[in-house]
Design a protein around this ligand. Structure first.
Ligand code: SF4
Length: 336
């Protein structure tokens, strides 16, 4: 992974897409644990515009995948959503019934899961798995073959792959098959949860190019969940950085890469290798905190290079500090 550069096809994307397609307001997720409540997602808020690519980055356990699942209402016990609302296309979907939510998944908001190996059914051919998704959303059976034959080339797979079983495909092909399932009903929002985590860098790049192409063709918005800041810099329009269940910084990608405000974002960026920089690579000291035993005040304070007294006692609020830039840190001044 190299130091981030600006995303390559930025110029071909709408520069200021306007219509809001998803809004997350104060979302909270808790898990019941024998030792007490574990807050995995804490008061997250952001919006997503049509055609926009938003990245969510952070270390393992920062809550980014849990938040993605919460948007789709796929949190399973002992976890539960215990606060906040989610709006899709202007509609509050927080209290939708089970059947309505099932219909919304895939048709409105679709997920490209982490680890295609585990998400594809090993005993069903790829075509049957896509047909399952179409059938589940009442697409007439007579249309399935034509839809599948049209869909697979869109993700860089030959139509014959419809007859293959997952074990006959490479890792990259399996991930493309997962993208095909995710876009088979032309969703307005695609949530891609570490879609390339198990792939080598060459295949990773190819799969991300495919995801970018299908997203552009559909005009869909994408939430890319991951921890690879280099990949984020090449793919997303805006980046949210999560730490201990909170969104600690949210800003346009060029802004956050060139001028990170939160010390955790600064540490993430300075820990990337660079061909230009000759200085030793800096890591982030310490470990991510246990969510059931968070430090007082700012959860990042035991690891923060800029910590001061106030950080140990008071939790910083998320504040807007510039146009389209929100930060949760006592060091930054809110816009007047
Ligand atoms: Fe560091 Fe304090 Fe800002 Fe937290 S609030 S990131 S400890 S400076």
């Amino acid at each position: 992974m190299m130091a981030p550069t600006r995303r390559e096809d930025h110029a071909t994307q709408p520069q200021s897409p306007s219509a809001e397609v998803l809004r997350v307001q104060g979302l909270r997720v808790a898990f019941d644990h024998p030792l007490g409540l574990v807050r995995a997602v804490d008061d997250i808020a952001f919006s997503l515009r049509a055609g926009e690519r938003l990245g969510l980055a952070g270390e393992s356990g920062s809550g980014k995948s849990t938040m993605a699942l919460a948007i789709l209402r796929m949190i399973k016990p002992p976890g539960r959503i215990d606060g906040g609302r989610v709006f899709f296309d202007g509609q509050d979907i927080t209290d939708l019934g089970i059947e309505e939510m099932r219909r919304l998944r895939l048709a409105g908001i679709a997920m490209v899961p982490q680890g295609s190996m585990n998400s594809l059914n090993p005993v069903l051919r790829i075509g049957e798995q896509i047909a399952d998704a179409l059938r589940d959303h009442d697409v007439p059976g007579a249309e399935h073959a034509a839809r599948i034959a049209e869909l697979l080339p869109q993700v860089g797979l030959k139509p014959e792959i419809a007859r293959a079983y997952p074990h006959e495909l490479s890792g990259g092909m399996k991930q493309r098959a997962c993208i095909a399932i995710a876009i088979c009903l032309k969703p307005k929002v695609i949530i891609a949860d570490e879609p390339t985590s198990a792939l080598d860098v060459v295949v990773q790049r190819q799969v991300m190019q495919t995801l970018a192409e299908v997203q552009r063709n559909l005009g869909a918005a994408v939430i890319l969940v991951g921890h690879d800041m280099g990949l984020m810099a090449q793919f997303v329009d805006r980046l949210g950085v999560m730490y201990a269940g909170r969104l600690v910084e949210l800003a346009p990608i060029a802004d956050i890469i060139t001028r990170p405000r939160h010390p955790y974002t600064k540490a993430l960026i300075s820990s990337l290798p660079s061909l230009e920089r000759r200085a030793p690579m800096l890591g982030i000291p310490g470990l991510a905190p246990l969510l059931r035993d968070l430090p007082t005040g700012c959860a990042f304070h035991p690891r923060c290079a800029e910590v001061f007294d106030r950080c140990r006692g008071a939790k910083p609020e998320v504040r807007q500090v510039a146009d389209e830039v929100w930060v949760a840190c006592h060091l930054v001044e809110a816009l007047p």
